[in-house]
Design a protein around this ligand. Structure first.
Ligand SMILES: Cc1ncc(COP(=O)(O)O)c(C=O)c1O
Length: 371
């Protein structure tokens, strides 16, 4: 990759070195002549359970479906309220809506981008059933506090581990705190499939069995349907490829952390730029490196002119999306989420991005802020 063209995401540093292993894994699925719910899915589920120290993993076909199935396994539906960050990814809101429950948005802390745990208790009502803890950008939520609140108020916790695969908080992996948790393996995630895929983790056998049934038409015995389920099975091909990639996730996460350190070294002293606070305790796996500045659109355009591709996570918060107009929210209802949408800019970060690349990106940022 040349310095004068830096894409937002590149798989070169991830897939090139393990291409042969991926080919072998794909070949073994083709030759097995078994493509749905076979040994590869079971093997990956076991591996992911070990990785997250969860008793059970249930492979599904996306992160969104994982969240929907998790909510359904908990019997959350119409009349129930679920607390979620106002700046969460749209899938989190969509999952709550999909099961017929009521979305109760809570502002994030501007420091971590995650749900502000000081605001949770005020939003709990007698209809509240669960807290959806979305670990945004790779930073885990304050799970100790969330689990404490959940215990006191008798609520369920669903972790959304899509952006925090491999993160550890006080010795415990992301996706092992909540009662039932969902992960996306969208290709760009820290651990990404080569297509759509997801998984549910839990320590509760009943929830695991319910999830297994819900992902497969509500059936645990072929052609016997206990509930109206989905077709949301992780397929053998993605499971086999994920088994290969899981071996490298810790190494890749280390690489991401190193890149974040290079950025910090380069950008820390630029006054009008807020860089992310990345603790050194393993609780952040740098899925997204999100900086904030007032003149965000201008900065993005100038970087683009220098061949540096950036993205915005996310340009419109869920409550202002057309899809959620019917909820009746308007501007200023969630000012922190709105401010983040206006000022956030995500810089390239992925295994294989070099220090030279980071210096080039940082020098160009410096020229914008200190012309
Ligand atoms: C935080 C979060 N939750 C849920 C999802 C949904 O995952 P998927 O795209 O696999 O449905 C994503 C992925 O894009 C995500 O980033």
């Amino acid at each position: 990759m040349k310095n004068n063209r830096i894409p937002f995401l590149s798989f070169d540093g991830i897939h090139d070195d393990i291409e042969e292993e991926l080919f072998q894994a794909a070949k073994s699925v083709i030759q097995s002549k078994w493509y749905i719910l076979g040994q590869k899915v079971q093997q990956f589920e076991n591996e992911f359970s070990n990785f997250t120290s969860s008793k059970y993993s249930v492979g599904v076909n996306s992160g969104l479906d994982g969240l929907i199935i998790a909510l359904r396994a908990l019997n959350i539906g119409p009349g129930d309220e679920v607390l979620v960050a106002s700046n969460a990814y749209i899938a989190c809101w969509n999952a709550i809506y999909a099961v017929g429950a009521t979305i109760i948005p809570i502002e994030p802390s501007a420091d971590t981008f995650n749900i502000d745990t000081n605001l949770i208790i005020d939003k709990i009502s007698d209809k509240t059933k669960a807290i959806m803890a979305v670990h945004l950008f790779g930073q885990m939520c304050n799970m100790t506090k969330i689990m404490d609140i959940a215990k006191i108020y008798n609520l369920y916790v669903i972790e959304d581990n899509a952006q925090s695969q491999g993160a550890v908080l006080e010795g415990k992996r992301s996706a092992s705190f909540g009662h039932i948790n969902a992960t996306s393996f969208y290709p760009g995630k820290n651990l990404g499939a080569l297509g759509d895929a997801g998984i549910i983790t839990t320590n509760d056998k009943i929830l695991a069995n319910k999830s297994m049934s819900l992902r497969n038409y509500g059936s645990s015995i072929k052609y016997i349907n206990d509930t109206i389920g989905l077709n949301s099975r992780l397929d053998e091909m993605q499971a086999a490829l994920l088994s290969v990639k899981l071996k490298y996730i810790n190494e890749w996460n280390k690489n991401r952390l190193q890149i974040a350190k290079w950025y910090k070294f380069q950008l820390d002293d630029i006054e009008d730029l807020i860089i992310p606070n990345i603790p050194d305790d393993g609780s952040h796996v740098c899925h997204v490196y999100c900086i904030r500045c007032e003149n965000r659109d201008d900065v993005q355009e100038k970087l683009q002119h220098k061949g540096i591709q950036t993205l915005i996570h996310y340009p419109i918060p869920p409550h202002l999306q057309k899809a959620y107009q019917f909820l009746g929210y308007s501007k200023n209802d969630f000012p922190i989420a709105e401010k983040m949408a206006l000022t956030s800019l995500s810089l390239p970060i992925y295994p294989g991005l070099t220090e030279e690349n980071v210096i080039y990106i940082s020098e160009n940022l410096r020229k914008i802020f200190q012309p």
